[in-house]
Design a protein around this ligand. Structure first.
Ligand code: FES
Ligand code: FES
Length: 189
């Protein structure tokens, strides 16, 4: 199945119901995307699908045909968000960090602190208390036009939302059904 992965046209043979998370890690060798809960609750597996933040553990591979996927590897370790997470204490154990950064990359330009809190409400961190994460994202904000625009992810500018449909269909939504993943979850202060 052909799709665009981190800007390159890619062809991967995998079952269409295999989780995108597993295709990325097992078939593409991109282990930067992490698995936490495996059921759409923690955000550790966040990637960008056509510029929107989605939980890769909930996306059947068949849904990415002809679409664009961007993972943490696609930021090449040089993205201002990555730098800011290091300098501002946005990361400790690091398990949540790739997902946090990809969710932050999907925030709109000039995001307010409230936008950041809402956009990352689907990403859980057990270590930092969130303040360092928010501080890092806000610091990187000034670099966003050049960073997220031409060099890295021109599509990575839409508000952070999550695909709400489970691969087993239990959530009941269509493939295009999306909602902000804040339902039933506190917005960290
Ligand atoms: Fe927790 Fe995907 S692994 S949301
Ligand atoms: Fe450890 Fe976030 S840094 S879970």
């Amino acid at each position: 199945m052909r799709f665009t992965l981190n800007g390159s046209s890619t062809d991967v043979r995998a079952h269409p119901m295999k989780r995108l998370l597993d295709v990325l890690r097992e078939d593409c060798g991109l282990t930067g995307t992490k698995e936490g809960c495996g059921e759409g609750e923690c955000g550790a597996c966040t990637v960008l699908l056509d510029g929107q933040a989605v939980n890769a553990c909930l996306v059947p591979f068949g849904q990415v045909r002809g679409r664009s996927v961007r993972t943490i590897e696609g930021l090449r370790g040089r993205h201002p968000l990555q730098q800011a997470f290091v300098t501002d204490g946005g990361t400790q154990c690091g398990i949540c960090t790739p997902g946090m950064i990809m969710a932050a990359a999907a925030l709109p330009e000039n995001a307010t602190l409230e936008d950041v809190r809402t956009g990352l409400a689907g990403n859980i961190c057990r270590c930092t208390g969130y303040e360092g994460i928010y501080r890092a994202i806000r610091r990187a904000e000034g670099s966003r036009p050049s960073a997220l625009g031409s060099r890295h992810a021109p599509e990575a500018r839409t508000p952070a939302t999550r695909v709400s449909r489970r691969s087993d269909g239990r959530d009941g939504g269509s493939a295009a059904s999306r909602k902000p993943q804040t339902a039933g979850r506190r917005v960290p202060k």
